[in-house]
Design a protein around this ligand. Structure first.
Ligand code: NDP
Length: 336
């Protein structure tokens, strides 16, 4: 069984040489009571994995270890089972499955997927962690109200593309920020009212002011840094700023500088709030049901940026930090 291990902790941007593909033998007769043998079908690569490559180990993020296989949110098929509620052929997801073609895992760590007509890969996007991030980050932290202006950065990415669409469903004006002309067109095709190409911008403060003439009520931040700084100058009274990600800092080799325009939060009685999606774990089922309905009714458009094969996992992960993706990056490992 092919697998991917971490060879060195990346310095700055991750490189292919920080990783290695090797093989390990997995034997079906080694499956013990309570365990199942699974075949990997799809791998989700996500920006936060970069943080796990930083020799961290805290409550929120389990750090990867050198020379050990990497893990992420994955979708797999049960090949054989010694677990009471899982059987051969079941499709399952796990938030921490090894990047390995076949694995023996505890059945209790897997979530069995419902069967419906939706493509399986959606469970790694709108119907999975990423979708829940957009849903709870916007609705529970951002608390958008009808008629308000919602701005989201990395708008053509996995989380961002859903945030703007959910904002529209709630009767808001949805504005996006994304890198490049094609991404801007993609974001508009989702129903966003407009999208700013930040790659063409010289002065972010002025660009945001011009782009959001009525100010910003909710800023869903995926990137941090100068975009957040510029937004802080343009928030409305009572604005809410869910801090979801700060991808512009993930490859920094020194600690980033903090936001310095906090007086604008004070003078506007505004709220800036960081969140981890896991905080809303007990309500994931409810969110999944609602998003399933939206998808079936065509109220939310999906975009899976699908790649193929074990060899593509690492390059696809690296691509996230260069903006080389549109929608959710999912790597297909085996046919369904
Ligand atoms: P995306 O699909 O949005 O991919 C990342 C995108 O970020 C790229 O396509 C690129 O878009 C943009 N980007 C990359 N580098 C930079 C940079 N230096 N400056 C500005 N933009 C950059 O990823 P996700 O949707 O999966 O994740 C989006 C954010 O949400 C991340 O910060 C992630 O860590 C965070 N997140 C947080 C969670 C939580 O629980 N709080 C859960 C899940 C995700 P472009 O070409 O437009 O620049």
């Amino acid at each position: 069984s092919k697998r991917i291990i971490l060879k060195s902790f990346p310095q700055g941007h991750p490189k292919e040489s920080d990783f290695e593909i090797n093989t390990i033998e997995i034997k079906e007769d080694e499956v013990k009571d309570g365990q199942v043998l699974v075949k990997l079908l799809y791998v989700s690569v996500d920006p936060y994995l970069r943080y796990r490559m930083k020799q961290v180990d805290n409550k929120a993020f389990q750090g990867y270890k050198l020379n050990e296989p990497l893990t992420s949110i994955c979708l797999a098929r049960v090949i054989s089972s010694k677990h009471g509620s899982l059987k051969e052929g079941d499709n399952v997801t796990s938030w921490n499955l090894t990047w390995q073609e076949f694995s023996i895992v505890k059945g209790e760590e897997l979530n069995k997927l419902p069967s419906n007509d939706l493509p399986l890969s959606y469970y790694l996007h709108s119907l999975g962690m990423t979708g829940f991030t957009a849903y709870f980050g916007l609705l529970s932290v951002g608390e958008p109200k009808e008629g308000e202006t919602v701005l989201v950065s990395a708008a053509a990415g996995a989380v961002g593309m859903l945030v703007g669409q959910i904002a529209k469903l709630k009767g808001c004006k949805a504005l996006g920020i994304a890198g490049g002309k094609e991404k801007v067109e993609f974001v508009k095709s989702l129903g966003f009212d407009d999208c700013l190409d930040y790659k063409t911008v010289d002065n972010m403060d002025e660009a945001i002011k011009k782009f959001c003439p009525n100010g910003i009520d909710v800023y869903f931040d995926n990137v941090g840094s100068e975009t957040l700084d510029a937004v802080l100058l343009n928030i409305n009274d009572g604005a809410r700023l869910p801090l979801c990600g700060s991808i512009s800092n993930y490859n920094d080799t020194k600690e980033a500088q903090g936001p310095r325009r906090t007086f604008n939060l004070i003078s506007k009685n505004a709220k800036m709030e960081g969140f981890l999606v896991s905080k809303y774990g007990k309500d994931f089922g409810k969110a999944q049901q609602e998003i399933t309905e939206w998808l079936k009714q065509g109220k939310i458009k999906e975009q899976i940026d699908e790649r193929n094969g074990m060899e593509k996992i690492v390059p696809s992960f690296i691509d996230l930090f260069h903006g080389r993706n549109t929608g959710k990056v999912v790597v297909k490992i085996a046919d369904e």
